[in-house]
Ligand binder design. Structure first.
Ligand code: GLU
Length: 289
């Protein structure tokens, strides 16, 4: 079976040099391995994703000379698959609803921090400080019945206790040079949100479901997602899904050393193209020949 690679952008802005690097690397690796390249549009965030950004992704990738298989999978068209995974995790007793707003969570964290540092996840966000896990089934039903917004969280400790030791096969440079079999620490993320009342999924859940449903064998993505792989391995293990090989690549930085953002026009592919850059120039700029 040929290996299956994928590039999975979110249409919440225009692509920049960092995306070009990731997409070209996936394209080159797939070609070298005689493999397939899929494109997946990660558009579950209805508030931030826009059709014109999706259209621009196709145009920019095509301009770069990248070819991908069709049909393209758009996550917003597969919410039932994610809901089904939530139901399965719920049936395993690994999901609970929490009802605090973002402001309440910030207040709880500030309260905890009067007694010393509160643990943060690998992205620097405070772990969930609430106590919703200990609500009774009756209390949960009552709060949901009142129409309160809620988030569905993974009971990470329970999932880890049942999963045992987990690791993944890292073929890239990791975040700080880690490679080979890397130990996963999903506990570092606390009880991550897997879905919300209005959106039956999250980045972590849909990426895991889609990689499995699409038969992805090789995940090549930025090192900013390196530690997210811990959560992905835990979800794969609990849902009985295969683990792809991972290659986390270094991030393209601006001249000040910052990670690129979709609002930095200087490195936007459209801007560079308008200024006369060729696809070969883009390859050179990201260090690919
Ligand atoms: N949609 C994610 C992003 O644009 C990438 C997800 C992944 O490659 O796992 O950052």
């Amino acid at each position: 079976m040929p290996p299956v690679f994928r590039f999975a952008p979110s249409p919440n802005g225009y692509l920049h040099l960092g995306h070009a690097y990731s997409a070209l690397l996936n394209f080159d690796l797939a070609r070298q391995a005689g493999g397939r390249l899929l494109l997946r549009i990660e558009d579950i965030d209805a508030a931030r994703c826009r059709p014109e950004f999706e259209q621009a992704i196709y145009e920019d990738l095509d301009w770069l000379g990248i070819a991908w298989e069709t049909p393209v999978r758009r996550q917003s068209e597969h919410l039932a698959a994610y809901r089904d995974a939530i139901d399965r995790l719920s049936a395993l007793g690994l999901i609970y609803p929490s009802f605090e707003s973002r402001a309440e969570i910030a207040r709880l964290v500030a309260e905890k921090e009067t007694g010393g540092a509160w643990p943060r996840d690998p992205d620097g966000a405070p772990l969930y400080p609430g106590t919703a896990k200990s609500l009774s089934a009756g209390q949960r039903e009552r709060l949901i019945g009142q129409g309160l917004p809620f988030a569905l969280r993974l009971d990470t400790a329970a999932a880890c206790a049942r999963a045992g030791r987990l690791s993944w096969n890292e073929q890239g440079e990791g975040r700080a040079g880690e490679s080979g079999e890397v130990a996963a620490y999903p506990e570092a993320w606390g009880d991550v949100i897997l879905a919300r009342k209005q959106t039956p999924t999250s980045y972590h859940l849909s990426v895991v479901i889609d990689d499995a449903l699409q038969g992805v064998t090789d995940v090549v993505r930025g090192a900013d997602l390196f530690w997210s792989t811990s959560v992905h391995r835990l979800l794969q293990q609990r849902l009985g899904l295969p683990a792809p090989a991972y290659r986390h690549h270094g991030l393209i930085r601006d001249t000040a050393g910052h990670k690129l953002s979709k609002s930095t026009h200087a490195t936007g592919l459209r801007e560079l193209r308008a200024e006369g850059a060729s696809p070969a120039d883009i390859r050179r700029l990201v260090g690919l020949t």
